[in-house]
Design a protein. Structure first.
Length: 192
């Protein structure tokens, strides 16, 4: 697959089969991630690959956050909410939690560290597509909660950046459109 094809054809795939994904394919995603550009070669990322029962750590964090924020503890509606939160960890056979671990060097700006991390995630998504895998980058308020940081043993200066759900697509990705770059680009050219 050519790079241009991967960029244009890649889609977020939220519905995947429960079939296990070979570890060698996941290693390719991780290898692609670490080749993302990063200022001063700080490599500001950490990865947590969860499969099988390993996803329980994420499930428990989701459930604990929901319990903490719930106002209707013990009700049937609350139990259903907790069940749904737990289930989020099992939407794909592989979940890769991606954490930002920014450098403390004085010349490094945190925003550049996050930009590098997001480039690493895009590398993972493009590689997944090129390997015939479906993947989606998920985030949301629970991801930034203190309990999520604790679940993965993150230090004070670290934070979660995303959950990459990976599996084999259930169906073909739908077509998509984008606004042409021509509508979002201003050319500033030197006049002769």
């Amino acid at each position: 697959m050519r790079l241009e094809e991967a960029i244009v054809e890649r889609r977020s795939i939220g519905k995947v089969k429960t079939d296990p994904v070979d570890k060698s394919l996941i290693n390719k995603l991780l290898e692609a991630a670490v080749w993302a550009p990063n200022h001063y070669h700080t490599e500001p990322w950490r990865f947590f690959v969860m499969t099988g029962e390993g996803r329980n750590r994420l499930a428990e964090a989701y459930r604990e956050i929901a319990k903490e924020e719930s106002e209707a503890a013990g009700t049937p509606a609350n139990e259903e909410l907790l069940r749904k939160q737990w289930g989020k960890a099992f939407r794909a056979p592989v979940v890769i939690a991606v954490a930002a671990s920014p450098s403390s060097l004085p010349k490094v700006h945190e925003i550049e560290e996050l930009a590098a991390l997001h480039a690493a995630i895009q590398n993972m998504l493009l590689t997944a597509h090129s390997l015939g895998l479906g993947a989606i980058w998920r985030s949301g308020q629970p991801l930034y909660h203190t309990r999520m940081k604790q679940a993965f043993g993150l230090e004070e200066h670290e934070s979660m950046a995303g959950l990459i759900y990976v599996g084999y697509p259930e169906k073909e990705a739908p077509a998509s459109r984008r606004t042409s770059y021509t509508e979002k680009t201003v050319w500033l050219e030197e006049q002769a």
